[in-house]
Design a protein around this ligand. Structure first.
Ligand SMILES: Cc1cc2nc3c(=O)[nH]c(=O)nc-3n(C[C@H](O)[C@H](O)[C@H](O)COP(=O)(O)OP(=O)(O)OC[C@H]3O[C@@H](n4cnc5c(N)ncnc54)[C@H](O)[C@@H]3O)c2cc1C
Length: 454
């Protein structure tokens, strides 16, 4: 069965944006329901020399799922969970499956998919693979990359390519970059091929997880608590999430808990997922060392409470999106940084970022994120294009400082179109040449996701 290309302007408008605020109405949209239909569309695109941009749920914050030109290919209709093998702890899925749906399907088997972008109820497995998404639990389990076992990818010429991770424990077949084809596609943002089938690894659900929200009278105390928690031999967090005073206020409101440490300057949400009873006393003692007190701790115990904690974590980015919404029509948008530094340097990097922000005359950012991985998100609201330019100036200078500290310009949301101008800060000319060579090998005419990454 062939897929039609939608060309009705009102239908196309629904695919014109992702969450970055960029907008471009595609010339046509395809909604294939099978890999055969994807292949057929790519062949048609090749024959007509059209560009194709893949899209999952379009929650990208970088413009990666906005088609810069020609066709957009929505993978959402390909949303079948093809197999869950509880013995091998592997799932096979189509790319359009939402991560939240996958988690619900795995739960009866006592298994879960470790990557947990905050957007997991809205974003697809294909999008997470293409962005190498990560989340709070990345602290313990790593980003999406190590959890991908095999991929079937439809290439620009309409052929199918199978990539499977080598399972040998020793391997000396030359250059590392050529040893594992799965790694080429994870994080490639739709620029090398379109994932039509993924085999992913699952993990056993830990027997007991305890979530704690710990408020601190000073931000420095909260940040030092995070560093010490990572270095501790007694506590073993699987996530360490930071909220500055402004984002903690958003959480407090979402919880309807005005009494929770109203004067606090920082809050850390952590999860302890040991095999035994969580070392609550050790956590409280560590908090106390940094100015926290028992009265300023909220516990999230049990499945429902942990789900509630995730909802609260999600409240911060969701609130920032809402704040930006009225400014979209006049060229404004939410602007969020995605830089990271080695985790012990996070406090110094944040202080430098704030100094730079102030020097550029930009209003202070609302800051939260994965400080356990040295990875905050600074959130700015740009009301118009002039604000965008001013904020970009502050971000560019911050990124130079971050790179000087051994950091990265993009820790989890990818490069997309918004951040490609900053790639050269991090990758030198040879690294860029290797990236271009890979792109050329798979997509010599540059027809897949033009504008993303390179
Ligand atoms: C509120 C909010 C919170 C977020 N929190 C996080 C977070 O904690 N961590 C994080 O990493 N990200 C986060 N994100 C960003 C985003 O949700 C993730 O990058 C997500 O993985 C994108 O999935 P998607 O299905 O929306 O993909 P899309 O936005 O549709 O696409 C993203 C990229 O993947 C490509 N793509 C999509 N499907 C395929 C496919 N089948 N084959 C090849 N390429 C494909 C697209 O071309 C594009 O380049 C957040 C976003 C929001 C709005």
């Amino acid at each position: 069965m062939s897929t039609t290309l939608l060309r009705d302007p009102s239908a196309l408008e629904g695919y014109a944006r992702d969450v970055s605020g960029l907008r471009n109405v595609p010339e046509a949209v395809a909604r294939p329901e099978s890999r055969d239909e994807v292949v057929e569309l790519l062949r048609q695109a090749a024959a007509e020399r059209r560009c194709v941009t893949a899209a999952g749920a379009q929650t990208s914050t970088t413009g990666a799922s906005v088609a810069a030109r020609d066709w957009l290919l929505s993978l959402r209709p390909m949303a079948r969970i093809l197999d869950i093998d509880p013995v091998r702890r592997i799932a096979r899925v189509e790319p359009g499956v939402l991560i939240g749906d996958l988690q619900r399907a795995c739960a009866p088997h006592g298994l879960f998919f470790a990557p947990d972008p905050t957007s997991e109820e809205e974003c697809t497995v294909g999008g997470a693979i293409a962005c190498n998404a990560s989340g709070p639990r990345t602290l313990r389990y790593g980003p999406t990359r190590p959890h991908v076992r095999a991929l079937t990818v439809a290439l620009a010429d309409g052929s199918l390519y199978e990539a499977r991770r080598p399972t040998v424990e020793k391997n000396t077949v030359g250059y590392l970059a050529a040893q594992d084809a799965v790694d080429w596609f994870v994080g490639s943002e739709g620029t090398l091929g379109i994932v039509v089938d993924a085999e992913i690894a699952l993990l056993p659900v830990p027997p007991r997880v305890l979530g704690l929200g710990v408020a601190f009278p000073t931000e420095a105390g909260a940040l030092a608590f995070i560093v010490d928690a990572r270095r501790s031999a007694v506590v073993h967090p699987r996530c360490l999430e930071f909220f500055d005073a402004a984002s903690f206020e958003i959480v407090r409101r979402a919880m309807d808990d005005a009494a929770w440490a109203p004067g606090a300057q920082g809050m850390v949400y952590l999860e302890d997922a040991g095999a035994d009873e969580p070392p609550l006393d050790a956590w409280l003692a560590l908090a106390e060392e940094h100015g926290g007190s028992d009265a300023d701790v909220r516990a999230f115990d049990g499945e429902q409470a942990l789900r509630e904690a995730r909802r609260l974590r999600h409240a911060a980015p969701a609130a920032m999106h809402e704040l930006a919404a009225p400014f979209l029509a006049q060229g404004g948008r939410r602007m969020s940084t995605d830089w990271a530094v080695p985790y012990p340097l996070a406090a110094a990097a944040l202080a430098e970022a704030r100094r730079i922000t102030a020097a550029h005359g930009v209003s202070p950012a609302v800051t939260y994120g994965h400080l356990g991985n040295g990875h905050p998100h600074q959130n700015f609201i740009a009301r118009n294009p002039a604000d965008v330019k001013q904020i970009e100036g502050a971000i560019a200078e911050t990124l130079r400082a971050v790179i000087a500290m051994g950091g990265t310009v993009a820790a989890e949301h990818g490069i997309g179109k918004v951040k490609s101008k900053w790639l050269g800060l991090q990758l030198d000319a040879r690294a860029m040449a290797v990236a271009r060579a890979l792109k050329h090998e798979f997509d010599p005419e540059g027809r897949l996701a033009p504008g993303n990454i390179l």
